[in-house]
Design a protein around this ligand. Structure first.
Ligand SMILES: NC(=O)c1ccc[n+]([C@@H]2O[C@H](COP(=O)([O-])OP(=O)(O)OC[C@H]3O[C@@H](n4cnc5c(N)ncnc54)[C@H](OP(=O)(O)O)[C@@H]3O)[C@@H](O)[C@H]2O)c1
Length: 323
């Protein structure tokens, strides 16, 4: 089969097209004929050698058709999504014609949406859904701040939160992008910055914050919450540096909750992929309740361009590759 392998760590030329054997059927696993896959920051970090683990074939998610499933958990020919479970990290991932994912990390995604559209869903929407409805437990009518909302993760979170009836305040560093977030249904857009808690009119009244800017803003996010409010740290757009000189006694807000989510836990006990209503999310998109159209669609031969756009921060949303 055709595959894109990581020949070395480094720039775009590290990703090399080649032929490798197709994965064989294996108990507890699903061989998937890949129709499309999303592009993720994690794959850029793996390409550069910045992560502890990187498999020869990159790619942490895909959508496609079941080719074999010896345990019978999924029918041959079923439409499925696969995400995490070591894909692209400890086992060969989705930058290929076929992949073999653990059963625990595969979900049915029966839908008539085009493959490019389906490919925008698994990792991004599963993570956004889990942060909003499990970690933050947002409810209809609550006020939620989404920091870093123009990212593909942020846009998915805005879509899901608005669709759930939350009042969403979204942030971006660029006034030119306010209109885009308003179009997604944000009730207001604020300019992102480390002092947001001091500027926001609803200070101390916010029910929840989904913080994708990261370690540099999470303490500020806690400072804008009402008593009992929650902040979820789940993105690091502002950089990976730790919180400098963190002293809870002097810096923590009383009576609020800090929570964290990393999608690498999907498929482990306590975090089954089946917890996430991927099928219902696909149905919401098909019904036009929100728009999850990928910002860019590349062919399999265009992986270098896809990585270049991601690295240049020009994605403007979720990017996908179709076969
Ligand atoms: N927890 C998890 O499991 C999980 C899963 C997936 C992704 N992530 C993380 O979530 C974040 C978003 O990922 P993504 O793929 O959705 O990103 P993306 O689409 O590439 O995000 C691009 C956006 O990031 C914003 N941005 C860039 N630099 C920034 C900075 N210094 N401060 C604030 N905003 C900045 C820009 O927004 P503006 O220019 O409009 O401000 C830009 O629109 C990443 O940190 C990623 O690693 C976490």
């Amino acid at each position: 089969m055709r595959a894109i392998v990581l020949e070395k760590f480094g720039g775009l030329d590290s990703l090399v097209y080649t032929e490798i054997p197709e994965p064989e059927p294996l108990e507890g696993h699903v061989v998937i004929e890949i129709k499309a896959f999303g592009i993720n920051h994690a794959e850029m970090h793996m390409r550069r050698g910045e992560w502890a683990e990187a498999a020869s074939v990159s790619g942490i998610e895909c959508v496609g058709i079941v080719k074999s499933c010896p345990g019978g958990e999924f029918a041959v020919g079923a439409k499925v999504a696969a995400l995490m479970g070591g894909l692209g990290r400890t086992i060969n991932g989705s930058y290929a014609q076929f992949t073999r994912a653990p059963v625990s990390n595969v979900a049915l995604i029966e839908s008539d949406l085009p493959w490019a559209q389906l490919a925008a869903i698994p990792e991004t929407y599963a993570t956004a859904w889990t942060c909003l409805f499990r970690n933050l437990e947002i409810k209809q009518g609550q006020t939620v701040v989404i920091r870093g909302a123009t990212s593909s993760f942020g846009q998915a979170a805005v879509n899901l939160a608005v669709n759930a009836g939350a009042n969403v305040i979204a942030t971006t560093r660029s006034e030119a992008r306010f209109a885009k977030l308003e179009a997604l249904g944000a009730s207001r857009v604020e300019l992102e910055g480390p002092d947001l808690s001091k500027r926001i009119a609803e200070a101390k009244e916010i029910d929840a914050v989904l913080d994708l800017v990261g370690n540099s803003t999470i303490l500020d996010s806690l400072a804008m919450l009402r008593r009992g409010g929650r902040a979820c740290l789940a993105g690091w757009l502002g950089g990976l540096a730790p919180i400098a000189d963190f002293n809870p006694l002097l810096q923590m807000t009383s009576g609020v909750h800090l929570t964290f989510f990393g999608s690498f836990v999907f498929g482990t006990p306590g975090f089954p992929v089946s917890d996430v209503p991927l099928q219902a999310i696909a149905a919401d998109i098909a019904a036009g309740r929100f728009d999850a159209t990928p910002s860019r669609v590349f062919s399999f031969d265009e992986i270098h361009e896809a990585h270049r756009v991601m690295e240049a921060n020009e994605a403007n949303g979720k990017m996908v590759v179709v076969h």
